[in-house]
Design a binder for this molecule. Structure first.
Ligand SMILES: *Cc1c(COP(=O)(O)O)cnc(C)c1O
Length: 498
């Protein structure tokens, strides 16, 4: 290529290759030594700011080679590494290496996947990815869908489709203003916080949410759901949406999907399943039954950046009848000429969701699904579940660790000092405080990374294993680390108190 412009942002072919290969070498070394690094350096924001420096916006450019190696140093040495085999916090997976290559390729081509005409191959790859995700979880591939940034957006996308489908037709013109019957939605107490954000942002208000109690296993009490809907109907309210969890964010519990589906059918309500974390487990034959009823869902949220190990960001909304997405999101301004085909109408993803210009996030999901295949994913997801069960068993066996819950690949547990039963100063309040401090200590320490859950009023440590690098050895090791740190903290506090 002869480039006459010599733009300040262009990189010559020779330099791109040199710097690019060097960067690949650096990343490859990083990935191959990730288990020898701390999960996090535990640096404070002030320390990090110090490393970064506070120079003002550069007036003139700098050489590419130095810039790239300095940036790589910053990221590799001052990040929390969710690709570390002992990272189990929140629901953040280790990222697939092929996803890093896919993002590089996608950025180089830079298709705008808002419109078919702007992204001919990328649009087809996204359509195929959506069909494969449907097959993966065992629903009809005739469903439609769209990739979004994550679970919140996937649930929002479905929420608005549900509203368009079930509200009076006038909602698009009058909004909620003339809604004489308040529209009501239902979900269990264990539902992720996105639902409050949706109720607030989309004008319903949090009073439109009916929080249905959950049982001891964190599953929605379906008799209460049924009764609450009937009560609302008697009061002249307008129920429109029920949200079920397929893997609740705290403990991984899967609601009784077929019972909830039947209740939705009886009252003509939209049935949405939030499977952001857990639904990929439906690929495993022996877990199929746990997700029975999923095929009845009007919409499903699923996060490839959780249990399919895609690098951030990748969420997905699947909708049984994709026309509901078009009804909700499509518009045809005069300045778009996106339907220039003579024969078949083209699918334009801007008509399927909230975004207009869209990046090619499907590529990293599409490539990973091929690299590992369905069987590769069955192996990895199965292994994560087995490791979380191993963690539960090891916690049970340990004299100073109490195992609390285990669903899918989430295990909760807590540190309980051996003198618990003898010493009356050690009560539930003390244990909650001790475990909270223990979590903070562990998170700063960098040997492993956990998050927390409150289960039956107990402050628990929580490990969610969506990590294809974790092995049984890591699990055995973290039990020892937790017990060691727990004992130290307890000794510190009990000697202070005594
Ligand atoms: C993680 C999660 C969400 C939110 O997803 P993000 O990708 O963080 O936006 C919503 N619901 C459930 C059940 C989740 O596990």
């Amino acid at each position: 290529m002869t480039n006459n412009r010599n733009s300040p942002i262009e990189i010559s072919k020779a330099e791109f290759k040199k710097v690019g290969y060097q960067l690949i070498d650096t990343i490859s070394d990083f990935m191959n030594t990730i288990d020898e690094r701390p999960v996090t350096t535990g640096e404070t924001p002030a320390q990090i700011q110090n490393v970064l420096g506070n120079s003002s916006l550069p007036e003139d450019g700098v050489p590419v080679s130095a810039l790239v190696s300095k940036t790589a140093d910053l990221l590799l040495n001052h990040s929390l590494l969710n690709g570390h085999p002992k990272f189990f916090g929140y629901i953040t997976s280790s990222p697939t290496p092929i996803g890093a290559l896919a993002d590089l390729l996608a950025a180089a081509v830079n298709p705008n996947v808002g419109a078919n005409i702007l992204s001919p191959i990328a649009t087809e790859i996204e359509k195929q990815t959506i069909k494969w995700l449907a097959e993966f979880i065992g629903i009809a591939p005739s469903c439609g869908g769209i990739l979004v940034s994550g679970g919140n957006m996937a649930n929002f996308t479905a929420f608005l489709a549900a509203r368009t489908a079930k509200a009076p037709k006038s909602i698009k013109e009058t909004g909620l203003m003339n809604m004489h019957d308040e529209m009501i939605l239902y979900c269990s107490k264990a539902t992720h916080t996105w639902v409050e954000k949706a109720a607030v942002l989309f004008g319903h208000g949090t009073k439109a949410i009916r929080w249905i109690p959950a049982d001891a296993d964190n599953k929605m009490k379906t008799e209460i759901l049924s009764q609450t809907i009937k009560d609302d109907l008697n009061k002249g309210k307008k129920p429109f949406l029920v949200i079920a969890n397929a893997g609740d964010v705290s403990t991984g519990a899967v609601d009784n999907l077929s019972e909830i589906a039947a209740i939705c059918k009886a009252h003509d309500l939209w049935f949405h399943v939030d499977g952001a974390y857990g639904i990929p487990a439906a690929v495993i034959p022996r877990y199929k039954n746990m997700f029975k009823g999923i095929e009845e869902a009007d919409s499903i949220a699923l996060d490839p950046h959780k249990w399919l190990y895609a690098p951030l960001e990748a969420g997905c909304t699947l909708v049984k009848n994709p026309q509901h997405l078009v009804d909700t999101y499509s518009a045809h301004p005069v300045y778009y000429n996106f339907d220039n085909s003579e024969d078949e109408p083209s699918l334009n993803f801007y008509e399927y969701g909230l975004q207009n210009s869209r990046g090619f996030r499907a590529l990293k999901v599409w490539m990973a699904l091929q690299q590992a295949g369905k069987n590769g994913y069955i192996e990895m997801i199965n292994k994560n579940i087995e490791l979380s069960q191993l963690l539960f068993e090891e916690a049970k066996k340990h004299p100073e660790i109490e195992a609390i819950s285990n669903n899918l690949s989430i295990t909760t547990f807590r540190y309980v000092p051996a003198d618990y039963l003898q010493d009356e100063k050690i009560n539930e309040t003390y244990l909650n405080g001790l475990n909270e401090k223990l979590l903070n200590e562990l998170q700063r320490g960098g040997e492993l990374f956990l998050s927390n859950a409150v289960v039956a009023d107990k402050y628990c440590l929580r490990a969610c294993i969506v990590n294809f690098r974790t092995s049984a050895k890591d699990i055995v090791e973290i039990i020892e680390i937790i017990a060691r740190e727990g004992k130290q903290l307890h000794q510190k506090f009990s000697s202070k108190a005594g």
